[in-house]
Design a protein around this ligand. Structure first.
Ligand SMILES: *Cc1c(COP(=O)(O)O)cnc(C)c1O
Length: 397
């Protein structure tokens, strides 16, 4: 099918909830994608921080093909081998205790909220608990996740959402403190805010939130859906902060393209929250999804992916800082590891992205003026240099 036909067919039959860039992606190799006209793109978007291993990773692809030949789905009414091993790997990587697999990030948030509510319910037999979330956060599009997403524009048409959610300012401990009362059961935040514009939590802030949680028996839920799985230079971004969540959510790069998410609990919450009948999913953690997760963790270990990110990110940051200092329309860089944002001023970020795409570079935005770089975690120094050259061309055209 030709490029124009594919676009027309999509626009005719797919509900228009996305303004898509007018290219039709066809296949990928390494950190490059190719469209239906054969044009090559250096990929610094990774399908929104998903495709961490790059395209066509042989080990990953073979693991999925083998699982397809064996069995794709069984339901959660039975055991299957990849489920336990995938959960064990996620527990080991996080130092946490129990895992529930979902099909997406937003569902991981739903489960995290339910686990926190059930924990508080079992503790005080009340059902009017409150959750504190952050302004400019993003946790997903389902109604529960939307309820803790601090963006009035996303929420407004869908009110009323779930009750008892209070918003505080990210990186402002006093504003969090001001929202705490005897009903607060959880505080939810992204360790590094992604969609809101790439804002890493400050160390003192996150430690302060953890201390408040400990003081008031409030559960700390850290959303690692975007910043987790090695992107920050640690397997999970919170591992750099000397804090540990009670509940963590994962998705995006967890399956590297197979739709999967998870919420992960520490022992205290796992033993005092959800039990049979409280929560479920038909697909979640099915054999194909778990085969993907197992392959991802195996490859991360074998190829030292997290170490690679930690080693190369100072170079990425240096090159981006140079770029920011060269152009008046670039204000500053923010981020950790391979999750970087450049604040664009006096110029539309959408226009910069279109120019970048025309120059064969896929980048995306965050917030309304941030150019977001979330490349596959396997990029090399040469890829970074090439990205910088392509961005320069985009900025100069
Ligand atoms: C993408 C994202 C989500 C939602 O995940 P989906 O898989 O799109 O439902 C939630 N939280 C954060 C931090 C995200 O980046």
């Amino acid at each position: 099918m030709k490029t124009n036909e594919a676009i027309a067919m999509t626009e005719q039959y797919v509900l228009h909830t996305y303004n898509r860039y007018p290219i039709v992606l066809d296949h990928g190799k390494g950190v490059r994608l190719y469209d239906t006209d054969g044009k090559e793109y250096l990929d610094f978007a990774a399908g929104i921080a998903v495709y961490a291993l790059g395209y066509g990773n042989e080990t990953y692809d073979q693991a999925l093909k083998a699982q397809i030949d064996q069995v794709i789905h069984t339901s959660n009414l039975f055991y299957h081998v990849p489920l336990g091993t995938a959960a064990q790997k996620l527990a080991a990587a996080s130092g946490m205790d129990k895992v529930f697999f979902t099909n997406s990030g937003t569902e991981a948030i739903e489960g995290a909220i339910k686990a926190a509510k059930k924990y508080a319910y079992l503790r005080d037999h009340a059902s009017d608990h409150e959750i504190i979330a952050m302004n400019h956060s993003f946790h997903g599009r389902s109604l529960g996740a939307l309820s803790v997403t601090g963006n009035a524009h996303y929420q407004e048409p869908f009110l009323p959402l779930i009750g008892g959610i209070r918003f505080a300012d990210f990186n402002d401990l006093e504003s969090v403190k001001a929202q705490i009362n005897e009903k607060t059961c959880a505080i939810i935040l992204e360790t590094i805010q992604g969609e809101g514009g790439i804002y890493p939590a400050e160390k003192e802030f996150l430690k302060g939130v953890r201390a408040l949680c400990d003081e008031h028996d409030i559960l700390l839920i850290l959303d690692e859906i975007q910043c987790g799985m090695g992107r920050s230079g640690k397997m999970f971004a919170w591992q750099e902060y000397e804090v540990k969540p009670d509940i963590m959510t994962c998705a995006k790069a967890l399956g590297c393209g197979i739709p999967v998410g998870a919420f992960v609990l520490n022992k205290k919450v796992a033993e005092n929250s959800l039990v049979p009948g409280d929560h479920g999913t038909t697909y979640g953690g099915n054999p194909l999804a778990c085969a993907a997760i197992n392959a991802v963790f195996d490859i991360f270990e074998k190829d030292k992916i997290v170490e690679h990110v930690a080693e190369l990110s100072p170079y990425l940051e240096q090159r981006l800082d140079e770029l920011v200092s060269m152009y008046d329309c670039l204000e500053k860089r923010r981020g950790r590891g391979f999750m970087q944002g450049i604040v664009v001023k006096d110029r539309s970020v959408g226009e910069v992205i279109q120019k970048a795409i025309a120059n064969g570079l896929l980048v995306i935005s965050a917030g309304n003026n941030v150019l977001r770089l979330v490349p596959p975690l396997v990029i090399t120094k040469d890829d970074i240099d090439e990205m910088i050259e392509k961005l320069k061309k985009a900025l100069e055209s």
